[in-house]
Design a protein around this ligand. Structure first.
Ligand code: GLY
Length: 595
């Protein structure tokens, strides 16, 4: 693969001279010359463009933030320019997204931050996933007949787990950042207090959830004008209550959220509305720093998110299975390739239904699941010519619910640190409930537990007893912030929202780059598939050839041209001293900010 890149070098150098006059301006926020990833030798002074690639990343030299929204990405980059490191920028971006991207940016949600530290050339994972309140019980969402009460599960105060975001961002800042709290929070506070112009994307997102947001008076107060009408594109949207909450955090740190006035407003709302979160739950919330999971794929090292996310384990499992095939000979997105990818996904997602859960409550056999020998055994179950019906796939015996929303951003600094962060409220706008006087939405992450063990959740994921509800436990996630290393150095930082499709999205992003030598923008743009074992459906995005679809159907694949897209990556590739960024065009508003 590397040699292929070298082959393209001459062409790259040739066209470079033309770039300045022939190419359209790169995105205006980037001052570096336009161009793409195809590698120049390590000593190259300039990045190289290859005009055979249909999608060109944004390029920067020193620092970059790629995220779902412009203002927050620019705030992160401003922090980098001021001398902050990637963790400072990631924390500032996380707080800013709580203001600018309310469908998934948050204070009262949770997530995972994967950090590559240049100092020591190592990676660590900050787990700030929500946890179940002490009063939570296994069957709390079942009604008297034993049926799931979806309204309580998704859209009530009981659907909220104890929030982890504020603790997680501040933990990362204290331990791995260099700036102080006031510096990283100042831009978010200013935006909330002074207001931001409503973008097309924001207006579109609020409109899509308007009916439900209007059902909660505090949410209606935040997201609509006093007369109940929506803010127009370009109008200034102020969030004074959220500015107050952020100020409490600035002035008092995590205590300002988990104790004191903010905590009192949360618990008062819980007590009044049948919610479970108490002052003790908030005070007891703890971040857990964990070892990421890691594995090798054809010489690349893939570092990803461990339980209580299932993401990293299954990405590695699937890569291990696929490593036994000559994927390049099959051809990218050929029917043969997609068939093998699908069969490997089914095996991994079947394992998810049984083995994955909060490792502090359940013994998750991580090393066995990501063992190459287990992959060899699993590969033997795949018929290269024919789909195996999901019903015939029992979860494997290793040797020895989720939502379509969430958000991801990637950050790289000039010191060599890299952050890959995914955090969420679960559904778009979470439970759609705002805590009065705080301006912040509550998550509905309790729905990510196995709320009715053995049955499929709202997203079709079958989950077992391991992920059942228990006090203090963290619900199983699919969030998969990932960093791929090449020659021991960060090469690709990526991640995605999308509930169960996060895993298949990040997997295909990484495969496109590692196996098929695509630049980061092309790797993001290629159409994707998703199969999660149950239901037995192969979801395919638009963009595959009808011939390919026919061949897959002939192999017995239950193809569904889903009419919706899979995931939304925000990624950075690091090559030869250059940063190449790409935000997925599948959603409006994404942004690459670099300098
Ligand atoms: N709530 C989405 C996830 O954790 O995967």
């Amino acid at each position: 693969m590397a040699s292929l890149r070298q082959t393209f070098l001459f062409m790259g150098l040739l066209v470079m001279a033309l770039v300045a006059v022939a190419a359209p301006e790169p995105q205006s926020q980037v001052s570096a010359p336009a161009v793409s990833r195809k590698s120049a030798p390590a000593a190259a002074a300039e990045p190289i463009i290859d005009y055979r690639e249909r999608f060109i990343p944004v390029v920067a030299r020193h620092g970059m933030v790629v995220g779902p929204e412009q203002l927050a990405a620019e705030i992160g980059t401003q922090i980098l320019r001021q001398g902050g490191n990637a963790v400072d920028a990631a924390v500032a971006t996380g707080f800013a997204l709580a203001v600018t991207y309310p469908r998934a940016g948050n204070l009262a949600g949770g997530g995972f931050m994967l950090i590559h530290l240049a100092d020591g050339n190592r990676q660590t994972l900050v787990d700030y996933r929500e946890s179940a309140p002490a009063a939570a019980t296994r069957d709390m969402f079942l009604d008297a007949e034993g049926a799931l009460d979806h309204s309580r599960e998704y859209f009530s105060l009981q659907s909220a787990g104890v929030p982890g975001t504020v603790a997680g961002l501040l933990y990362a800042l204290d331990k791995y950042g260099t700036l102080d709290r006031a510096q990283v929070l100042a831009p978010a506070i200013a935006l909330a207090a002074q207001g931001l112009p409503v973008s097309f994307a924001l207006s579109f997102e609020i409109a899509a959830s308007a009916e439900r947001l209007r059902q909660n008076p505090a949410a209606a107060h935040v997201f609509f004008k006093a007369d109940g009408s929506a803010y127009d594109i370009g109008e200034t949207w102020r969030q004074p209550d959220l500015a107050w909450t952020l100020t409490q955090i600035r002035d008092h740190g995590a205590e300002g959220f988990y104790r004191g006035e903010v905590a009192q407003r949360i618990t008062a709302e819980m007590a009044a509305g049948g919610g479970l979160i108490t002052a003790q739950d908030l005070a007891a919330y703890r971040v857990v720093e964990r070892q990421p999971v890691r594995g090798n794929y054809r010489g690349f090292e893939v570092v990803s998110t461990p339980p209580p996310s299932s993401g990293g384990v299954h990405i590695l499992q699937i890569l291990n299975i696929l490593e036994g095939y000559d994927l390049q000979a099959m051809g990218h997105n050929s029917a043969a390739y997609l068939h093998h990818l699908t069969e490997a996904m089914k095996l991994a997602y079947a394992d998810r239904s049984v083995y994955l859960a909060d490792p502090d409550f359940v013994d998750v056999p991580v090393q066995q699941l990501i063992d190459k020998a287990y992959a060899t055994r699993q590969r033997a179950r795949i018929d290269s010519r024919k789909a195996t019906p999901a019903a015939q796939i029992a979860p494997g015996r290793p040797l020895g619910g989720e939502s379509t929303e969430t958000t991801h951003y990637s950050v790289a600094d000039r010191f060599g640190n890299v952050v890959s962060n995914t955090y969420t409220l679960n559904f778009s706008f979470g439970s759609n409930i705002v805590v009065p006087g705080t301006g912040m939405l509550l998550n509905n992450e309790m729905a990510d537990f196995s709320t009715s063990p053995g049955n499929a959740n709202a997203f079709g994921l079958v989950q077992g007893e391991a992920n059942s509800i228990a006090p203090g436990k963290r619900p199983l996630s699919s969030m998969s912030p990932t960093i791929v290393l090449r020659d021991g150095k960060p090469w690709l930082a990526t991640g995605s929202p999308g509930g169960s499709v996060i895993i298949s999205t990040v997997l295909q992003m990484a495969l496109n780059a590692m196996e098929f030598d695509m630049n980061v923008a092309t790797a993001a743009a290629e159409p994707r598939i998703h199969h999660q074992w149950m239901p037995d459906v192969l979801r395919m995005e638009e963009g595959f050839s009808p011939d390919t679809i026919r061949l897959l159907e002939a192999m017995g694949q239950p193809v569904d041209i889903a009419g919706r897209t899979s995931g939304r990556t925000n990624s950075i590739m690091l090559e030869d001293g250059w940063l190449y960024g790409a935000t997925d065009a599948r959603r409006p508003g994404g942004w690459v900010a670099g300098y």
